[in-house]
Design a protein around this ligand. Structure first.
Ligand code: UDP
Length: 246
């Protein structure tokens, strides 16, 4: 698998199809504790600014570009990634594979009831899909306390939706302690799949204005959203030789 160095972040140069095949292979393999992270510009900027977080995230077996910002960064730096591999779409494309291969899937995170509703919707579409456990993201203040419950479920795949960087710290900080094959950090994906959070109407998606729709719905996200232009500015600075990292 080819990796492209996007300002210190070794991103897998996958098409969506290649990513699905690779992660599905890991879920059926022997090795435990393979971590899949899906950084958008916000997480990529945190990885650039915070050396410790940057080093931790590099330990992931699979890093895919969740946002167009990371793909743009790769182009600015002259080593373009093949395409964006959005975490939620990767998961949705993996579902039929998990169902076909009888992989046991554990859903961890989001508010109480959200994962159960997402599980119901996923099973409606893929009857064979085996959801072996569900735990919301608020039962334990420290997600590490959820480890015994997760391991007892004997899952092949654990979906972690605790938001960044909480989910990355949980997955990568406990990498050697899991008995599952794959862990995927997927932020607010269960909210979207359950219908708890609506994706933007087609008009916004078509005109690349999904961010504007999200901002109108949740104005408090403005601080987080400003990280995208800041990230791109930082990448431009690196490109012309003013940045700290290459
Ligand atoms: N969350 C959680 N436990 C926490 C904090 C957050 O389970 O202690 C969940 C939250 O309910 C939401 C997800 O983590 O479902 C984070 O969503 P967000 O939209 O922030 O994620 P993004 O995809 O933007 O990283």
């Amino acid at each position: 698998m080819e990796r492209i160095d996007v300002a210190g972040l070794p991103v897998c140069n996958f098409t969506m199809q290649e990513a699905v095949a690779y992660v599905s292979g890991l879920a059926c393999g022997e090795k435990c504790g393979n971590v899949v992270v899906t950084p958008n510009a916000e997480i990529a900027k945190d990885a650039l600014d915070n050396k410790e977080f940057g080093e931790l995230i590099k330990k992931a077996e699979v890093i895919v570009a969740d946002g167009a910002g990371v793909v743009l960064a790769s182009k600015i730096l002259g080593k373009p990634l093949k395409e964006k591999v959005a975490g939620i779409e990767l998961f949705q494309n993996l579902l039929p594979e998990f169902a076909k291969n009888k992989n046991r899937v554990f859903l961890f995170g989001s508010k109480p009831g959200v994962a159960a509703e997402a599980a119901r919707i996923m099973k409606e579409k893929y009857g064979e899909l085996e959801i072996c456990g569900i735990l919301d993201g608020y039962t334990y203040k420290n997600p590490d306390d959820a480890l015994p419950t997760i391991n007892e479920a004997q899952a092949d795949v654990v979906i972690c939706c605790l938001g960044a960087p909480k989910q990355e710290l949980f997955m990568l900080g406990n990498k050697d302690k899991f008995n599952c094959k794959v862990l995927m950090g997927l932020g607010g994906s269960l909210d979207v799949i359950s219908g708890n959070v609506k994706r933007a109407p087609e008009f916004y998606v078509k005109h690349n204005l999904e961010w504007l729709y999200r901002l109108m719905k949740e104005p408090k996200r403005i601080g987080r959203m400003m990280k995208l232009p800041k990230y791109i500015l930082k990448i431009l600075a690196i490109r012309i030789g003013f940045g700290g990292r290459k």
